[in-house]
Design a protein. Structure first.
Length: 268
């Protein structure tokens, strides 16, 4: 694979960029609001198509870790748009051991990248070495992949004197993206988009982590009691019942939520 595959991809990238209608037909209408988003999605979709064949070959022959790393490096470069010369470091050393790759941004470590052989099951235990490196250098992200599956973990601050806890924010299977399910490709594209250089630069990956954290039970319970949600619920209940409203309805609704709907253990 290696150099020949990289050269052939570079030659075909121009042609792929000219086939925007093909990319759009595979992915549907992109839900984007800026040119950089559309351009990023189109480049990533083209890379997903082009790399699917070599990925299938890797999987079929149960390729070893070294061959898997070659594929991962190409995808980090052409799919996610990280520069081999300024943003990617190979065999990033930590003490006496090394991490497969490291993504650097603005002169500092952004995320260690742990690579496993394509047939190996990914496990949070694979992160131990990367966690130690991230803790020492202040990085908040770890990427874990076996080429087929891509996972991104955010190292969540758990408070003073507590080690950061890895929380999985992204988990996507590239092989499924080219399966028979109609929505599989757009769903994989949407998830991988957050791992691109552009999405990270614009803060999208961090905001996704914030969203996922606020979708957990305790933050959701707090959001349900906010003024904005309370008002929306009042209008919804009025619409369902035709009731024009009455004095004290806000307090009644809040009491019902806190006493009967939201688990008591989640309330302050």
């Amino acid at each position: 694979m290696g150099a020949d595959f990289t050269a052939s991809f570079e030659a075909e990238q121009v042609a792929a960029n000219d086939k925007s209608t093909h990319v759009m037909s595979r992915t549907g209408e992109f839900n984007v609001t800026a040119d950089w988003e559309r351009q990023t999605c189109e480049r990533l979709a083209a890379a997903m198509d082009r790399f699917s064949g070599p990925l299938a070959e890797l999987t079929a022959r149960d390729a070893n870790q070294g061959d898997t790393r070659l594929w991962v490096l190409d995808f980090l470069t052409y799919g996610f748009n990280f520069s081999k010369h300024s943003e990617l470091t190979t065999e990033y050393r930590t003490g006496g051991a090394s991490i497969d790759y490291a993504i650097r941004r603005h002169g500092r470590l952004f995320a260690p990248v742990e690579v496993r052989a394509c047939g190996q099951t990914l496990d949070v235990r694979n992160l131990q070495q990367a966690r130690r490196l991230a803790a020492r250098e202040g990085a908040e992200w770890i990427f874990l992949t076996n080429a087929r599956i891509w996972q991104a973990y955010h190292l969540r601050d758990m408070g003073a004197d507590a080690p950061r806890r890895p929380v999985r924010v992204i988990d996507v299977d590239l092989a499924n993206a080219h399966g028979e399910e109609e929505d599989a490709f757009p769903a994989a594209l949407d998830a991988l988009f957050y791992l691109t250089q552009e999405a990270i630069e614009h803060g999208r990956l961090q905001r996704l982590a914030d969203w996922r954290r606020n979708c957990e039970p305790a933050p959701l319970a707090d959001a349900l009691r906010s003024d904005a949600v309370q008002q929306a619920l009042r209008w919804e209940l009025r619409s369902r019942t035709g009731h024009p409203g009455h004095r004290g309805e806000s307090e009644e609704l809040l009491e019902s939520l806190t006493q009967q709907v939201v688990a008591r253990g989640l309330l302050d």
